[in-house]
Design a protein around this ligand. Structure first.
Ligand code: FAD
Ligand code: SF4
Length: 327
């Protein structure tokens, strides 16, 4: 690991100013992703701005909206009684991520900004446009078993690894950001970006912008929800494919629906057309199969991840069945 300077401001403005002044600096929150990347030489900040002492860890509920500070720990939010009651999909997604030890260190802001787990990105001996723009994409013609089936480009086919973010995009969350130019609100679906010609840029954040909180509306999705994560082993592992499913039912007719997938694109992948197809229909396996077929339209596999074309719709159907107790 390279030598680096370290500062630990106590106010958000001081953190933002420090980051904006120094292009070679990085915020560090729980450090569970950034330190790994530094040890491997993938990220080499010359200065770490430790934001762990900023007063941004509150979880508040007002006007049917949860406001969760970016420094709240994954474990704290997942175990919060009100989150369990009103946002069970978020609690399930958080608990599906990483291990108990990691969830006790990982923060809400850090979780959404964790970087891809593409093995070529992690190995500095291999080409990777995300790590080193213009060096090529090792995964495109290489071992691409974990990679995207939606929204990729010929520059990058990586997927976003956060479980929590799949639930947040389904729940129409909003990200609150403070930066050198002031404050702004970003709809969660617009926080992460597709790779296009600039895979090195994971999000729409500008340099120096600090995520201060995420707001999640309560909505009607308290009962019929399920976060399904398909992974290679029962203990901690990243998703091959995951599905966040939430339905509002009245007499078994679907009044409102939310669906999103993880492990399939460079960003959490909201399935808007499939959601529309569910509304007004009875909660049956046939309805879920039809929605899954719509969800998969446009999916395209690479040499080693064709299994996702089959696993994806099966996971959607299973998540919807689990959410509704349809046998
Ligand atoms: C073995 C292992 C298994 C894992 N399995 C899973 C899994 O199954 N599912 C899953 O979702 N995750 C998984 N993770 C990832 C883990 O959840 C993330 O490492 C963690 O959430 C990152 O949070 P952090 O606070 O430690 O972030 P850090 O490592 O401190 O930061 C990550 C990035 O976010 C930036 N950042 C952090 N906070 C802010 C902020 N408020 N504003 C602006 N920028 C910020 C940092 O600059 C850095 O670039 C796993 C990690 C490990 C090591
Ligand atoms: S898929 Fe993206 S992250 Fe992986 S090697 Fe290609 S450019 Fe790098």
């Amino acid at each position: 690991m390279n030598q680096f300077q370290y500062v630990r401001p106590s106010k958000p403005k001081a953190a933002i100013d420090a980051r904006a002044k120094d292009q070679n600096s990085q915020f560090i929150a729980g450090g569970t992703n950034l330190l790994d990347l530094m040890k491997r030489g993938v990220m080499n900040p010359e200065r770490l701005i430790d934001i762990s002492r900023l007063p941004l860890d509150k979880l508040e509920r007002q006007n049917n909206t949860f406001r969760i500070g970016s420094m709240a720990l994954n474990a704290t939010v997942a175990d919060d009684k009100q989150v369990l009651e009103k946002l069970p999909l978020l609690a399930q997604a958080l608990n599906a991520g990483a291990s108990a030890q990691l969830r006790n260190m990982a923060t809400i802001g850090g979780n959404m900004l964790q970087r891809t787990r593409c093995p070529y990105f992690y190995d500095t001996a291999l080409p990777c446009n995300k790590r080193e723009p213009g060096s090529g994409c090792g995964a495109l013609e290489g071992y691409n078993r974990m990679h995207a089936i939606f929204g990729f480009s010929d520059k990058c086919i990586a997927v976003h690894p956060s479980d929590m973010s799949v639930a947040l995009v389904a729940l129409d969350a909003t990200v609150l950001v403070s930066g050198p130019k002031g404050d702004r609100r970003i709809p969660f679906a617009e926080l992460h970006r597709l790779p296009g010609d600039m895979p090195q840029k994971d999000t729409t954040l500008e340099t120096g912008e600090l995520i201060t909180a995420v707001e999640v509306p309560e909505g009607p999705f308290t009962k019929n929800v399920h976060y399904l994560k398909v992974r290679e082993r029962a203990s901690y592992a990243f998703a091959l494919v995951s599905v966040a499913a939430a339905l509002q039912l009245e007499n078994n007719i679907i009044k409102d629906a939310r669906l999103a997938m993880g492990g399939v694109a460079h960003k959490p992948w909201r399935l808007t057309e499939a959601e529309k197809s569910l509304v007004g229909k009875p909660a049956t396996e046939a309805t879920f199969q039809a929605a899954a077929a719509i969800a998969m339209q446009g999916a395209k596999a690479f040499k080693h991840n064709a299994y996702k074309l089959k696993l994806g719709p099966n996971a959607i159907v299973q998540a919807l069945k689990n959410a509704t107790n349809v046998a």
